[in-house]
Design a protein around this ligand. Sequence first.
Ligand SMILES: C[S@@+](CC[C@H](N)C(=O)[O-])C[C@H]1O[C@@H](n2cnc3c(N)ncnc32)[C@H](O)[C@@H]1O
Ligand code: SF4
Length: 369
Amino acid sequence: MIGGARHLYVHLPFCAHRCGYCDFVTVVGRSGQHRAYVDALLQELELERKLVGEQLETVFLGGGTPTFTFQQELTRLLEALPRAEEVTVEANPETVTPELAGALYATGVNRVSLGAQSFRPRLLEVLERVAQPDDVRRAVHHLRDAGFDNISLDLIYGIPGQSAADLEADLDDALALEPEHLSCYELEAKPGTRFTHAWGAELERQADAMEDYFERVVARLTDAGYRWYETANFCRADAEGRDLRARHNLAYWLGHDYLGLGIGAVSTIENRRWRNTPRLGRYLEALAAGRPPERELEPLDGEVRARERVMLGLRLDEPLPLRGLRSALDADGVVRAEQLGLAVDSGETLALTRRGRFLGGGVTAEIVA
Ligand SMILES: C[S@@+](CC[C@H](N)C(=O)[O-])C[C@H]1O[C@@H](n2cnc3c(N)ncnc32)[C@H](O)[C@@H]1O
Ligand code: SF4
């Protein structure tokens, strides 16, 4: 293959405890296995080295809670991974000590994404979070002191019991920390989970307010000077002219190839996509024996990738160049969306209007063939 993928995702699944709303691939504790897991990740990288280019644009360590990983192992991993222009680590606020912040910075991490979720203690309790609002503030200060000039905060809205005033207060508290980047996600409650069982009735009562909450998020953050560059993502315009969009996630939205390492990690390389086994024991066993882990394979073709490119590309605030993508569009759907003032087809590009972006997935579903 030519060049190889330029984006690497590394999954670190360990967490101190499991938050009720979360359905990511995580395992609680297991401090005895952190070392073996890092060995396995490096072994998997070794096996797949030919799939990634010499020069990487981005490396992203996601979780789980990467910063819950035994610090010596996290540092060993970061030192062994290929260099990249953007290196992001997801961190839970309560794990960020001055030592950890310094160690991340020293190993070349240049972006930290902090899971704040909310600044209201009552709502953090509903989410079963460990961190308190002051932990988020302290984490940002430790990261700044260590030298970080690219910090992102994650917020969740639609938490059971969250009023519009609570949301506005969360946005104010987040903005007061002057993060370079913010991700604001509507709470997704998976059917059948303990969380949904406990809060289902309240979530149903709140459902109608979610469009208004989304509009409040966008209005408050764009008024504060942030660019609404992707449905759920916002970045500051930097005085030095830096582009502060999340480059790693941008690669997903632009349909670029990436390699994923670790349990549950997904890779997309040319016409193949695979997902590693989510089972820690099986993963460790295979790599200790020098074999790739079990994987679910999904063959891709040009049409599937073109449709994905449209669905993801329309989440961005820049018009989507349509070269090679027309066949992925439903021509009648595009006309209907234009007539409703939800999309603009310039012939060479397609973009959603502001209203279209608020309606998001519903509009895209109409437009994609
Ligand atoms: C991979 S998660 C884990 C990050 C980190 N362990 C934490 O808890 O902060 C990344 C982000 O996804 C978001 N997220 C996780 N579960 C979600 C859910 N059910 N609905 C909406 N957002 C969710 C949260 O904002 C979280 O910070
Ligand atoms: S700490 Fe993050 S990844 Fe771990 S269970 Fe909670 S939300 Fe999920």
